[in-house]
Design a protein around this ligand. Structure first.
Ligand code: ADP
Ligand code: MG
Length: 715
């Protein structure tokens, strides 16, 4: 049989033992290599002159403005270091709004008048660069004839070396903006949103008289990254995976994830070899990869690093995605980061574990004394208020064409944003609301600011995997973001809404009557705010259909339509909030809205065009071949056994072919006559049902596309 799938399978089988017997470096070697490709503080301490180091540290650690006079010296040191690591080129590394990272390499060398190569890398090269920006999305912020875009060094995220097969490049993390200073990237607003939180927390601490001169506010992020691995032999036989990152067709096999035998199962040797390679690369880049395991769906996995400072963690997650893809190729795999590569099994998310600290104290940790507890409860209730008022903005941050297929598909949180607090904390909230906080269900006596909160349990019993926004002991875990998204978008909006709420809390406290008891006033304030916003708290099963009804009764928004969700950015209340917190200007909001909507429409359009193409050029021909074979079997055999069976099969296939043909015409009409709407997705879904039914009827040897039972299980 010369079926393409059979050839692929036999090629894969010869590779399945790969990864066994490969050498394992010692723990010492791995430890010694950790962050060896990063120009971090350690490196700076070794190379930079003391006065320059001191100024540089002020910028890196305290986010002080960069002293331009040290740029040349730092650039020189960075160049020497990079060249010693084998780098021949440098690039400003940035995150434009097309969802990936961008780099434009320049060589460190230039010929002089005598054709000798000289090394050149100045402070100016380090601080700014001007790539032609005309081909990056700007959403009307910059017309193509004013193509100037500037990348500006972000000294708070250290430069690093990326190694390729034949050389190495120094990557300098940068922000990317237009000539007029508008953000064209994700880093700029992320840094602004961090500043908004910083200001708000400093103010709140002052209001609580808990401020200490020089104490830093920091936001932590731990991003859990889910992904699929499939063998590249299958991948290249699937035009849909190549072009859209997901399978547009494909019937679920009888066995997929029902037996729950993949989650946390033993990792296959070939996959483990891949994971070890990924970790080694990440560690060399100073990325603290920590956890690895099989996920719920077959061929699905997760990697999670330890949490880090938000800005760095966002950059690091971009690198994690890149390294996963590159290393997968070396192992004969393709890493799929799409939110829903396979229908009928779980999709991939990126759980966003987020917390805020003042100095060393995590504000989401109930403290050791009454005062700290009062701050904890105030922060918590500020976040509840933020999520209730601006659930729509959190939804916007996850509204992408890929995530569309995942949210609400009974495997990921629904498109309704709610908060899970857990039993004990909810009990405390109930009591605050009732006006007298006396005891928690477990033990002890609690009065805001008077007694101490009992330690909250942080164990597995208090988990709720169905909640989009869950309190998990000392952090919030936002579970709606999609696996391929940059963490930036999500955290920009989360920071913005929380900053606004913290400011409101601080202002209310500032206005307390000094002649009255502070705690009594605080308690009354928390009670009032909680009453207004507790409707967003939901501890039950978020996958349950009844929750949708309940959420509607509570008046929580359910934004199922992605385009409508994106447009929520333009709601006057949201524009006001984003402007007030300094995160976006009005024109930036409009441009982003336009870019996100455009991106959604372009992606859906590509999918629709491809679905049509595949239906006509791959599926129908296979069905016709089947039909022809059946009609040969039927012809002239009317009185023989088997005739009826062949006829019935022929009828079944024929009907589906007719249906598919009509659906092709419908989709074509949509493509020709209508801008992208939800209708496109519905039409593709209908077509998929027909194709998947055909897959179940057409002779296995004739089917041109690798099947789910192959892609998800043979590797
Ligand atoms: P889960 O049980 O939710 O799958 P994981 O261990 O896979 O947990 O991931 C949890 C993530 O949360 C890790 O990246 C971890 O470093 C991070 N994390 C832990 N504490 C905090 C915190 N205070 N702030 C932010 N992230 C945190
Ligand atoms: Mg996890």
């Amino acid at each position: 049989m010369d079926n393409v799938r059979e050839k692929a399978i036999s090629a894969i089988c010869s590779r399945i033992g790969d990864g066994e017997g490969s050498s394992t470096p010692s723990v010492e070697a791995v430890a010694k290599n950790y962050a060896s490709d990063v120009f971090n503080i350690d490196q700076m301490q070794k190379i930079l002159a003391p006065d320059i180091l001191l100024k540089m540290l002020k910028t890196v650690k305290n986010r002080a403005a960069l002293d331009p006079s040290i740029a040349d010296a730092v650039a020189d040191a960075m160049k020497e270091w990079a060249i010693s690591k084998g780098a021949t080129h440098y690039t400003h590394w940035f995150q434009p709004l097309n969802g990936t990272t961008a780099e434009k390499h320049d060589a460190f060398f230039e010929p002089d008048d005598h054709d000798h190569m000289i090394l050149k890398f100045s402070g100016k090269n380090l601080i700014v660069s001007e790539p032609d920006a005309s081909s990056f999305p700007s959403g009307g912020l910059r017309s193509t004839f004013e193509a100037r875009g500037y990348t500006a060094w972000d000294p708070t995220s250290p430069a690093f070396i990326r190694r390729g097969r034949n050389g190495a490049t120094l990557c300098i993390p940068t922000a990317f903006c237009s000539y007029t200073g508008e953000a064209l990237d994700r880093k700029t607003p992320l840094l602004r949103s961090m500043e908004a939180i910083n200001k708000a927390v400093q103010r709140l601490m002052k209001a609580f008289k808990a401020d200490k001169e020089g104490t830093q506010v920091s936001i932590s992020l731990g991003a859990e990254q889910e992904y699929f691995l499939i063998d590249k032999e299958f991948y290249y036989l699937r035009p849909d995976l190549i072009q859209t990152g997901r399978t547009l067709f494909g019937a679920a096999p009888p066995k997929h994830q029902q037996l729950e035998d993949h989650y946390f199962g033993a990792i296959k040797p070939r996959v483990l070899a891949f994971m070890s390679d990924v970790e080694r690369e990440l560690w060399q880049l100073g990325i603290p990869a920590k956890t690895r395991h099989n996920e719920a769906a077959p061929a699905q996995f997760e990697i999670a690093p330890l949490f880090e400072d938000l800005n760095l963690a966002v950059d690091h997650n971009m690198l994690v995605m890149e390294v996963l893809k590159v290393v997968a190729e070396k192992h004969g795999f393709v890493c799929l980061l799409h939110e829903k590569p396979f229908a009928g099994v779980n999709g991939s998310g990126k759980h966003n574990n987020w917390s805020i600290s003042y100095g060393k104290h995590n504000l989401l940790n109930p403290g050791n004394n009454p005062h700290e507890n009062a701050i904890f409860l105030t922060t918590l209730i500020a976040i509840i208020r933020a999520i209730d008022l601006h659930a729509d903005l959190l939804r916007v941050s996850t509204a992408t064409a890929g995530n569309d297929h995942r949210l609400g598909a009974c495997e990921a949180p629904p498109a309704i944003i709610s908060i899970f607090l857990g039993e004990q904390l909810t009990d405390i909230m109930d009591q605050i609301e009732a006006g007298s906080v006396k005891s928690t269900r477990k033990s002890g006596v609690l009065k805001v600011g008077v007694e101490t909160l009992p330690p909250l349990p942080r164990d597995a019993t208090d988990r709720n995997r169905t909640s989009p926004f869950a309190f998990t002991g000392n952090k919030f875990e936002f579970r709606a973001p999609g696996s391929s998204q940059s963490c930036a978008e999500v955290n920009i909006l989360l920071n913005a809404i929380v900053a606004e709420s913290l400011e409101v809390m601080a202002e209310l406290i500032e206005n307390f009557d000094d002649s009255k008891n502070f705690n009594t006033q605080l308690q009354a304030m928390l009670q009032r705010i909680l009453k207004q916003h507790k409707k967003v708290i939901f501890n039950g099963n978020g996958y349950n259909a009844e929750w949708v009804e309940e959420a509607h009764r509570r008046g929580l928004p359910e934004l199922n339509d992605t385009i409508l969700a994106i447009r929520k950015l333009l709601d006057p209340k949201n524009v006001e909030l984003l402007e007030k917190t300094g995160v976006f200007s009005k024109s930036e909001i409009h441009s982003r809205c336009e870019i996100f909507e455009e991106e959604y429409k372009r992606k859906v359009r590509i999918e629709a065009e491809l679905a049509l193409l595949m239906a006509r050029t791959m599926i129908q021909p296979a069905a016709i071949a089947e039909y022809t074979a059946l009609s040969n079997a039927v012809a002239g055999n009317k009185n023989l056994p088997g005739y009826k069976a062949a006829l019935r099969s022929m009828e079944r296939v024929g009907k589906l072919m007719d249906t598919l043909s009509e659906q092709e015409d419908e989709l074509e009409a949509l493509l020709n006559e209508h801008d992208v709407t939800r209708e496109y997705v519905d039409a593709m879904n209908r077509m998929r049902l027909t194709v998947d039914s055909l897959e179940r009827l057409v002779a296995d040897t004739r089917w041109p596309l690798p099947k789910y039972r192959e892609m998800l299980f043979i590797y």
